[in-house]
Write a new protein. Structure first.
Length: 240
């Protein structure tokens, strides 16, 4: 493996392409994506359904591999990495949050987070992780005793308790109403600010992009526009 290019740069992609082969049909989901993302940034991936957002996020997180092109994590090549390398990358470096929370119903909030902290090298405690997302008083509640927004915040606590370098969120508020969605985004914002975690959030919702440092607009598998916000709007001030 080569020497990392720069300590500040987390992801670097060049000419990233992803083609899904389904039967006779080839679907080109990414058409040559070039990007750079740095430590501590909050980046929004914005685009219509089918524009390639989840494909890109999954490749950044080592859940999938590109068909061609280069992808580096802190200088280390992820394209062409074998399954063991990708597993260790996902386990040590990446926290994922999806639209649905995937909590274990028979475990409390604390126990759901402890599943991850028990197998991590240098985790925070489940209690600290749950405090960070504003659930300090609900640690012993089961998922069925929590609202959708609270369950999503448990999922965020679970994702960040191992102190990942990167937090990847695929439509984290997709199943929530506006007010609840904002409490979830406040948790994401706090983690990004206080832990310095590079945070990438997928959304359909252009209003949400105002909380980001940078917004990448995807269309037909390409980044068609990139915008840097002069200031970040606090999540609690977002309106949609
Ligand atoms: N496993 C797969 N097999 C075949 N085609 C796929 C697969 N996953 C995604 N695609 C196709 O790749 C393209 C990009 O999909 P992707 O899910 O990345 O878009 P998206 O912007 O995240 O969409 P959405 O907002 O609806 O989740 C779409 O045309 C989609 O149908």
């Amino acid at each position: 493996m080569s020497v990392p290019i720069s300590t500040g740069v987390v992801f670097q992609a060049q000419k990233l392409r992803k083609v899904y082969h389904t039967g006779e049909l080839d679907v080109v989901a990414l058409h040559g994506v070039d990007l750079e993302m740095s430590a501590g940034e909050l980046v929004c991936l914005l685009g219509a359904s089918g524009s390639g957002k989840s494909t890109l996020l999954n490749i950044l997180g080592g859940l999938d591999v590109p068909s061609s092109g280069e992808l580096r994590y802190k200088g280390w090549p992820l394209d062409g990495a074998d399954e063991n390398t990708l597993t260790s990358f996902r386990r040590n470096c990446v926290g994922f949050v999806f639209q649905f929370y995937n909590l274990i119903p028979s475990l409390t909030a604390r126990e759901n987070v402890a599943l991850i902290t028990d197998i991590s090298a240098d985790p925070m405690t489940p209690e600290d992780a749950l405090e960070m997302v504003g659930l300090g008083k609900r640690m012993d509640h089961f998922p069925s005793q929590l609202s959708g927004g609270e369950q999503q915040r448990v999922a965020i606590a679970r994702a960040i308790a191992k102190r990942p370098e990167v937090l990847l969120c695929d439509e984290p508020t997709g199943a929530l109403d506006v007010t609840t969605g904002i409490t979830v985004l406040e948790a994401v914002e706090r983690i990004n600010r206080e832990l310095g975690t590079l945070t990438v959030v997928i959304t359909h919702n252009a209003a949400m992009a105002e909380m980001a440092d940078r917004v990448m607009h995807l269309s037909d598998g390409k980044i068609i526009n990139e915008q840097r916000n002069a200031t970040r709007l606090p999540a609690r001030e977002l309106k949609w």
